[in-house]
Structures are given as C-alpha cells and as structure tokens.
Design a binder for this molecule. Sequence first.
Ligand code: NAG
Ligand code: NAG
Ligand code: NAG
Ligand code: NAG
Ligand code: NAG
Ligand code: NAG
Ligand code: NAG
Ligand code: NAG
Ligand code: NAG
Ligand code: NAG
Ligand code: NAG
Ligand code: NAG
Length: 793
Amino acid sequence: MGSRPPGLLFLTSLLHIWHCAGGQGSYTIDTVLLTIEPRNTVQSGTAVRLRCQVSVSHSNIPNLIHSFQLTRDDVPIYTKNATEDTVEYAINPARAADSGNYECRVSVKNKAKASNSQKLDVKGLQTPTLHLTTLTPYENEEFKATCSAPEEKGPLIFQFYLRFRTGSPKVIKQLSQGGNSSTATLRLSHIGNCILYCDYEIRLVSGNQKSNSSKEAELIVKALHITPVINILPSNNLSEGDIIEVVCRVVTPPSNTEVFLTKDKVILKQVRAAALSHKFTVREDDSGELVCKAEWGSVQKETSQRITVRSLFSKPQLTVEPTDVVEGDHFKLTCSVTIHDSNEIEKKTMQYSIFKDNTEVANTTTYFTVAQLSASGNYTCNATSHSLTRTIVKESQKYVVKVKVPVSEPVLSVVGGTLFLGKPFLLSCYSQRGTLPINYTLYQPRIPNDVKVVSKPGEKAIFNLTSITQISDIKNILCHATNSRLKPPMAGTGEQLLKWSNIIEPVSKPHLTTEPRMEDISEGYNMTLVCSVQSGSFPINFTWYSTRKGFLDYKISWKLKESHSISNVKGDHAGGYYCQCTNPANKTKRSAIIIIGVKMAGWKKGLIAVFCLLFLMAIVLFLFYKKRLPKLKTRRTGTLSVKAASTKVGRLSLIQAEVNEAANATPGMMGKSIWSEHVSGSESDDNCSTNTPEKREPQYSEVQLRQADPSRVPVKQGTDTVHGEVRNSQQGVQEVADAASVEYAELNHDTNHQSDPSDHGYHSDPSNHGYHIANDDQPNDNSVSINCADDRE
Ligand SMILES: *[C@@H]1O[C@H](CO)[C@@H](O)[C@H](O)[C@H]1NC(C)=O
Ligand SMILES: *[C@@H]1O[C@H](CO)[C@@H](O)[C@H](O)[C@H]1NC(C)=O
Ligand SMILES: *[C@@H]1O[C@H](CO)[C@@H](O)[C@H](O)[C@H]1NC(C)=O
Ligand SMILES: *[C@@H]1O[C@H](CO)[C@@H](O)[C@H](O)[C@H]1NC(C)=O
Ligand SMILES: *[C@@H]1O[C@H](CO)[C@@H](O)[C@H](O)[C@H]1NC(C)=O
Ligand SMILES: *[C@@H]1O[C@H](CO)[C@@H](O)[C@H](O)[C@H]1NC(C)=O
Ligand SMILES: *[C@@H]1O[C@H](CO)[C@@H](O)[C@H](O)[C@H]1NC(C)=O
Ligand SMILES: *[C@@H]1O[C@H](CO)[C@@H](O)[C@H](O)[C@H]1NC(C)=O
Ligand SMILES: *[C@@H]1O[C@H](CO)[C@@H](O)[C@H](O)[C@H]1NC(C)=O
Ligand SMILES: *[C@@H]1O[C@H](CO)[C@@H](O)[C@H](O)[C@H]1NC(C)=O
Ligand SMILES: *[C@@H]1O[C@H](CO)[C@@H](O)[C@H](O)[C@H]1NC(C)=O
Ligand SMILES: *[C@@H]1O[C@H](CO)[C@@H](O)[C@H](O)[C@H]1NC(C)=O
C-alpha cells in the first residue's frame, strides 16, 4: 500500500484544500466502493490489491478524516484513518488462505457506511515436502518426519500416510501444530520396505481444501536382534540352598543395549552390555519366573524361565507353653522344624537359636524361664542346617509373649455407697492389679451368673443387682475376677459390702406390747406402749396411733424398741392401738392392732369384792342349811365343793386359758385379752358367773390346748387324771386386794379327762375346749371356779 499513484495524491491534496476553504458544516457519505485488482479469481502467488473508495458530500469541512476498515469474512484485517477518500490494501503473493468475502466500511465522524462485498478466490495449494530423519529405522525405533508447505499461510492440518508396496495407504498420524509445517514422531514395527508421504488440508469459510501429496519417501525398516537368551545352571529343578547361576545374553546387539535380570518385578541385576551373569543361593520361596530383558532405545525384548525350589525342611515353628503366661509362672519356648528330605538334612545337625527382641537367649531347641514382667517381648527362633554343600537358615514367625499380671482380689462396693435392701443397686467389682482384659463373674443367690469383660485401664465391672432383699443375700454375693484361663479366679465376697457400705435395711413388721401387761392395766396407773422391730436400719421413726384418737406420738430412735407412755390411765384410754415404723428405706410397716381394756380402779374392785363375798357367803350358808336339814332332802353322793382359799376370803378364779391349737387359734385371737372381749359388751357391771358344768360359758376363756410335754410326765404321775397347771399371777398381795386372781391354765390335751370316775363327767370334753374348769392339784377335788370379772364401760 506504500505505493500510491501520484495522481491520487494530487487529487486528495486538492480535496484537502477544498475542505479547508469550506470550513465547519454538514456532511453525508454518498458511496463506498470496494474493488479487487487484478481479478476476483487469481492463481496462488498473484499480487492482489484491494481498493476502497469513499465519496462524502459536505458543506466545506476541511481535513475530513475517513476511518477505513477492511474485513474478510467479517473479521477485520486492516484499518486506517486518512483524510484521503481512497485506501489500498495489497496481498502479495495471495495464497489460498486469503480467499474469502471482503468488505470495506468507512466511518466519518459519527456516520458509517459499508461497501459492497467482494469475493476473492485464490486457486492452488503448494505441494508439501516431507523430510525424514532416517530412511532405515530399526523396527519400533522412533524417528521424526516433517511435512511442510512454507509458502502457505497456516494453520494447516498435516496427515502422514504409510503404504506398503501392496495395499492401500493408511493415515498413521494427523496433526496441526499451528503453522505451515508439522513434525511427527513415528515408529514402525513391520520389518521391510514401506512408503511414507504426507499432505495437508486448509480450512476456509468456503470449505476445506486439500493439497496435492508430497513426494513419496521409501523406507527400509530393519529388524532389531536383541532378544536375550536365558540359561540357568545347574538346572531349573532345585533344592533350597542350591547355588545357581543365571546367564542372560543378547547375540550381536546394537551398541547401548541394556540387559536386566528380574524376578517378581524386582531387578536382580542390570548391565549395559551384551550379557549378564547372576549367581545366588535359592531359598524355599524362590520358585517362580526369572525374566531376562534387553532394552535398546525404546525397543524391549524379554525371555523367561521358571525355576522350582524344593523345601528341605519347614520354617521353624515357635511354640510357647502355657499359652497364657502369668507372672511368676514357668514357661517354655520350643523351636521345631519338620524335615522334608531326610537324605539331604540330618536332624541331629540342625541348630536352633531362640531370640528375644533379636537377642539370642538360647541356642537349644527349648528355652525355659520364669515369667518375669521383663520376659514380655517378641520371640523368634532360627533353625540352621549345615551340610557339606549348603547352609540353610530359616527364621520362625514372631511370637509376642505378653506376661500377664495376675488379678488381685477384687474389691466390691456399692455405687453411690448406699444400698437399700430390696431395691436394685449397682455393684462394682474391681481388681486393682491384673493385666487386661479381666473377666468379672458375679454370682448371687437365685440369679444366673453375669459376666462382664473389662478392657480399659481403671474400668470397673458394674452389675445391676435387683433381687437382694436380705443381709444374708449380700453375704452370698460373690465376684470372681480372672484374666487367665489357667489360673483359678480371685474372689471377692459380699462380706466386704457389709463392712464398707451403708446398707439400709427396711424395718421388719413392728410388734406392739404394753407395760404392764394388757390385762393389768388399771385406772390411775401408767401405761407404756412398747413398739419393737426385729430388724431395720437406724434411725427408726416409731409412730404410735390410737384407733380412736389417731396419731399419738413419734420417736426417732437408734434402738429397735421404743416406748410411748401414757400416765394416769383413764377409762377412755381403752381401745385399739398400733404402731408404725419407718426408716431411711422408706418402707413403712405397721403393727397389729391391740385392744386395751382398762381395769376399774382398786377401790371400785374392793367394793365389788365385798358384794361378791356377801353373795358367796349367802350361798355357803344356803348349802350349810341344806346339809343340816336331812329331813328335807336325802344325802347327795357327789357334791360340788367350792374351793375357797384359806387365806383369802374366797377364791375368785379368773381363768384365761389359751388353746394353743394352731388350727383353732387364729392369729387375731392370739393373746387377746379376755377384757377386750368385754369392751364391746355390756356397760360397767360386775360380771360374776359360776362356772358350772351346765353353764358352759366360753365367752371368758381362751383355752390353749398343747401337745403333751414330755417334761411334765412326772407331774401327771402316769394316771389318767386331768392335770391342771395353774400359775398364779405374780401380783401377790395386790391380787388379794383385788379379790380376783388371774389364773393361766394349761390343759393337757392328750390326757384322757374322762377316766377318773370321781370327775363325774364334769370335766370338759377335750375336743370341746371352749371352756375350762380349773382343777386343783388333788385329782379328786371337784371345784367350781367362779369367774368374777369386773369390767369397764
Ligand atoms: C482512527 O480514528 C479513530 C477515532 O477517530 C480511532 O479510534 C482509531 O484508533 C484510529 N485508527 C487508526 C488506525 O489510527
Ligand atoms: C496438483 O497438481 C496438478 C498437476 O500436477 C495440478 O494440476 C493441480 O492443480 C494441483 N492441485 C492443487 C490442489 O494444487
Ligand atoms: C511458513 O512458516 C514459517 C515458520 O512458521 C514462516 O516463517 C513463514 O513465513 C511461513 N510462510 C508463509 C508464506 O506464511
Ligand atoms: C526335580 O528333581 C527331583 C530330584 O531332584 C525329581 O524327583 C523331580 O522329578 C524333578 N522334577 C522335575 C519337574 O524335573
Ligand atoms: C551356645 O552354645 C555354646 C556351646 O555350643 C555355648 O558355649 C554358648 O554359651 C551358647 N550360647 C548361648 C547364648 O547360650
Ligand atoms: C514387638 O512387635 C510389635 C509389633 O508386632 C512391635 O510393636 C513392638 O515394638 C515389638 N517389641 C519389641 C520389644 O521389639
Ligand atoms: C535368623 O535367620 C534369618 C534368615 O532366615 C536371618 O535374616 C536373621 O538375621 C537370623 N537372625 C539372627 C539373629 O541371626
Ligand atoms: C437396674 O435394673 C432395674 C430392673 O431391671 C432397672 O429398673 C434399673 O433401671 C437398673 N438400674 C440401672 C442403673 O441400670
Ligand atoms: C472372658 O470372657 C470372654 C467372653 O465371655 C471369653 O471369650 C474369654 O475366654 C474369657 N477370658 C477368660 C480368661 O476367661
Ligand atoms: C416420723 O413419722 C411421722 C409420722 O409419719 C412424721 O410425722 C414425722 O415427720 C417422721 N419424722 C421424721 C424425722 O421423719
Ligand atoms: C406415772 O408417770 C409419772 C410421770 O409421767 C410419774 O411421775 C409417776 O410416778 C408414775 N406413776 C407410777 C405409778 O409409776
Ligand atoms: C426416703 O424419703 C425421704 C424423704 O421423703 C427422701 O429424702 C429419701 O431420699 C427417700 N429414700 C429413698 C431410698 O427413697
């Protein structure tokens, strides 16, 4: 474009002057014209010019600048700002890559106009040339091939073709390195002659164009004779300990050939020469493929041979006895082998070494030692066989000996420290010493054993005990700790819990008694309600209740027995009483209800006694009269004799007989006071009754029938008489003053009461124990006992 015609220059100069003279004003782009010279279709190599001419009408604007932009297929290729109305763009020489649709666009200030489109078509592609680094490569040898078309504008896509003398060509490489030449790395494996050539392609908007092919190059691919030969001496069939020699050889190799001997991907030897030789002693696990490999450049050849190695004796076996080594015990390590070929190996020539952590501890087949803790370690043994031809050393597997510390006696404790009998609790069992893991086994009454395995240091075995209800169960708890099957377990017993734990035992059912005895409670005196329990942990909260008045009192006590006193008992203290006990186990228990009657005051009794006495005397007098007046009546053979105590005015016998026959004695009736029967009875009147055979009054008596007591046989004197054992109450003088005595009679149930004829059938039938007639010690003495009960309202 540098060469502008002088005519055009003159014209633009004129335009310029015209612009300057015109000055500022309006303008319009009239036309933009693009022309291609010499033609639109040219041969490759022709010089082509593109001319763009603009025509602008304006009102005398000086130095009007035209911005030209030239595009090919809409891609800008050239821009220029000029005051001239024409620019030229030269393509010299034009190549196929310059083909396309050209357009020129002109902008003046803020107005633009595009030209018509002009198509340029450049015919013809340069024929490429092929250059090879060698024309006689070895098979699989790498060489380079360069294909170029230096006159063409890139990018070009090159293809390399291989063709044999017979057969069609094959693309062996296609590449585009961005310019007008490309170099390919080729490797040919077919030995013999072949032909290589190349061509290229150019991609245009109008379509792809392919070049003519390059000149053909004829190659000769040479064979590479580097396949090695392997030779194993003395043979492939070996015994361990044999020394073998392996030779790998390449016949007439090119220089720079490498030879390798490998086995299982391990290089045994490598040389940069035609041959190698490797000598070694085979071991039992050396059976397998030996591979010889030759390498020249990128070319490799290999050959292999299999060897089999026979084992003459086994690997030594290290055994430890016992398997569980406990501190202080003896243990024995034994190293032994099995001989497979007794011709080659003599058992007596075998030598053994036992190692602990790679230090020899014995050079015999066995090693005895006492298991100190320091005996723990990794043990191995070596067995060595020496013979004239070979020496074989074999190593055993590692045996890890861990000397166990024996477990110490386990300590039992209650988690949380407090045990409530009858409630579930957690028991921990723990041995201070002992190698882990330790197995703890819990034995407890009525429950299957429970096993816990502890493997963390300091961890305790925790058991959930749900069925311990009494102290004796705790004693029977047993915890066994063991860490070795060979040792007896160490045992801890529940006795420890009794010593070291806070055991809260619920209270047993309380028992309520009175002081004085219930039947002796009289008006004006003091009465004590004694509540007692058999067992229970302290403190015990004793609470007394009256059925009529409710809560009376409570006492917190560290004793199994507590009492509540009522002073100056009055008639309205009669009634039911019970007590209740509880302790930190929170299991409240209540006693049976006892019914207390309150006797009349002494003076009242005295008064009644006098009345009774008078009544009695009246009877006596009446009888006396009867005897003294025989005319009135004939003598009676049997009389009722009324026994009156000589010292006392009359003996009023109040009998409480207890029938101690389990079937008849309901618990509620046991020990129930006769007075209590009367509480619900009539109002406070003297209740005197004559206990005659005709009048059987069971209301006042509880008869206790007992089995024959051997100790009492002499008293019975072998006779079949009724034996009445009468115990006077201890009240003594006081009792006399009361004029009524309480007698406890025990009827000997087995005795035949009927056998004494003098009894006149007045005695009770043994089966009918609802009443009782008190007998004095004299068997013949028939007596009437009169119960004189003073009762309370
Ligand atoms: C031509 O001028 C325009 C502004 O008028 C500018 O943007 C552009 O770069 C110029 N081109 C050349 C080739 O100087
Ligand atoms: C290939 O060569 C022949 C002449 O040998 C020529 O006529 C033809 O145009 C060429 N083809 C191309 C694409 O250059
Ligand atoms: C061909 O490529 C070479 C190197 O890339 C370059 O120097 C040369 O100018 C190219 N030929 C043409 C005609 O573009
Ligand atoms: C290997 O040699 C042993 C004797 O050394 C022989 O008994 C055995 O048959 C041989 N095995 C082979 C595969 O040659
Ligand atoms: C091995 O045996 C030899 C005798 O054969 C003896 O002198 C040596 O002390 C032993 N070595 C050991 C570590 O027992
Ligand atoms: C024993 O072998 C074990 C691995 O099995 C290793 O961790 C330990 O360190 C060895 N002990 C000694 C004393 O070499
Ligand atoms: C035991 O034998 C093996 C070979 O099997 C050897 O490597 C090792 O060094 C030997 N151990 C000792 C302590 O000699
Ligand atoms: C112990 O066992 C009882 C009954 O199976 C259960 O109610 C209680 O939650 C258990 N205690 C613990 C701490 O697991
Ligand atoms: C401990 O208990 C586990 C599982 O019950 C058992 O396999 C193991 O043999 C026991 N160990 C001992 C020393 O009794
Ligand atoms: C004892 O029991 C009684 C009655 O249940 C109650 O009122 C009292 O608070 C208890 N005392 C204690 C210390 O628990
Ligand atoms: C009854 O108890 C009171 C105190 O409560 C006492 O002073 C009195 O002496 C007691 N009476 C008898 C007869 O024991
Ligand atoms: C018993 O009851 C008291 C008060 O109600 C409570 O503090 C205590 O924890 C209870 N004990 C048990 C074992 O339930």
